[in-house]
Design a protein around this ligand. Structure first.
Ligand code: SF4
Ligand code: SF4
Length: 220
């Protein structure tokens, strides 16, 4: 899931001119506690306490789903038309779903992002999200016993450990286990040490260039 954190209220409020409509996201932003039903309702109250009229709110179960956002915009067209801006409490992908969907209704409608997009996170518990993949576009997990050095080693080393590892802990943050010790230990029990004995080539960061879109053949 995509992990987000709320922008400061000061930053949000200074961007809103006039009245607004709030969209939330019922999956990732709800889990991140930045744009689910509770946060959208709390934001509505805060804005109204700051003399900003809120003409309506709506939670879409996935703000990254363009077709659902387009339908939500159609379903709330009257309230959105009354609003000078639309505040979106979801990741940057969701904000741009709103921009794209609102363009067909009113290109002048200002879309405001209420959160910062942080990382793709694994859900450890209801109150803990952990970054385990940085979406590098060239996955090395098959060579590193299924543990990501790009994300879990603060230096992103593809050949480790570095000289700073001490007592199996990371030199950048002694509270962290060294990712490369974990990779070594797992490679050992999996009998795949040969994989990490090979020197890994520098990553091809050109694959991180935006791809635009991927189209699948057929349907589910
Ligand atoms: S190497 Fe790490 S950052 Fe890259 S795709 Fe694999 S898990 Fe994600
Ligand atoms: S100690 Fe380990 S995890 Fe920390 S930077 Fe060095 S190789 Fe990476």
């Amino acid at each position: 899931m995509i992990v987000t954190k709320q922008k400061t209220l000061e930053d949000i409020i200074k961007k809103i001119k006039g009245s607004t409509f709030i969209f939330g996201c019922g999956i990732c932003s709800d889990t991140s506690r930045t744009g689910g039903p509770k946060e959208v309702e709390a934001m509505r109250k805060i804005l109204e306490n700051n003399s900003i009229k809120v003409n309506g709110t709506y939670i879409i179960d996935a703000m990254c789903h363009l077709q659902k956002v387009k339908k939500a915009v159609r379903d709330n067209e009257e309230s959105i038309k009354l609003s000078e801006s639309v505040l979106v409490l979801s990741c940057g992908s969701g904000v741009q779903s709103a921009v794209s969907s609102l363009s067909s209704v009113d290109k002048t409608k200002k879309v405001i992002s209420g959160v910062d997009t942080m990382f793709i996170g694994n859900i450890e518990s209801l109150s803990s999200l952990k970054e385990m993949c940085s979406l590098c576009g060239e996955c090395v997990l098959n060579e590193t016993a299924g543990i990501c050095p790009v994300t879990l080693c603060p230096k992103g080393l593809l050949n480790g450990p570095c000289g700073g590892m001490k007592n199996y802990k990371c030199e950048v943050d002694e509270n962290l286990d060294c990712a490369w010790v974990k990779i070594y230990e797992r490679s050992l029990v999996q009998n795949s040490l040969e994989d990490i004995k090979k020197i890994a080539s520098p990553k091809d960061y050109s694959v991180k260039q935006p791809v635009g879109a991927i189209k699948f053949k057929g349907s589910h």
